[in-house]
Write a protein that binds this ligand. Structure first.
Ligand code: NAG
Ligand code: NAG
Ligand code: NAG
Ligand code: NAG
Length: 128
């Protein structure tokens, strides 16, 4: 084998070796978890967790969606939720979770679709 071929093989090996860690653990994007797609399930869960850590001052207290699942909103709070920017924030968070893990389940077994429907139906009919 010529030394130039050796060098090329070594180069390929080196590239592969370097890319495995860099495309997984070290480049985990905490700020934009939706960019962490097609990864191992535990990284998907971790990404979803960081989606849900995105809180907004528009969503005070009980109006914040967490890993627990849907929040317990009173009817007066529902009005505040649906008419304010908190609804959009929550839908954005939900979309982020959907990007990283389509089949994400909240601790209360609610799916992304369940929560999405709760928001859409609840705000449409003035109850939930
Ligand atoms: C996360 O993704 C955003 C958008 O692509 C990018 O600007 C940012 O540099 C990324 N951060 C890390 C730590 O990869
Ligand atoms: C959250 O809901 C509980 C029960 O409905 C209520 O007692 C509490 O005051 C609410 N907290 C906030 C911050 O609205
Ligand atoms: C939601 O609030 C109602 C009334 O405060 C309470 O009866 C119910 O148990 C709460 N549900 C959850 C899941 O916290
Ligand atoms: C929520 O439901 C709306 C209306 O059905 C749909 O357009 C949207 O894509 C859904 N979002 C998610 C995150 O599933």
């Amino acid at each position: 084998m010529k030394s130039s071929q050796m060098l090329m093989l070594f180069g390929l090996f080196y590239l592969c070796f370097l890319q495995i860690p860099s495309s997984n653990a070290s480049s985990f994007n905490y700020t934009y978890p939706e960019y962490n797609i097609n990864l191992a399930p535990f990284i998907q869960r971790k990404s979803a967790y960081y989606c849900l850590k995105r809180v907004s001052p528009d969503c005070p207290g009980n109006l914040t969606l967490s890993t627990d699942g849907w929040l317990n909103i009173s009817s007066s709070e529902t009005q505040q939720f649906c008419q304010g920017p908190c609804k959009q924030h929550t839908l954005d968070v939900l979309k982020c979770v959907w990007y990283v893990k389509h089949d994400y389940k909240f601790d209360n077994k609610a799916t992304i679709q369940n929560i999405n429907e709760t928001i859409n139906n609840g705000c449409e009919h003035g109850e939930y």
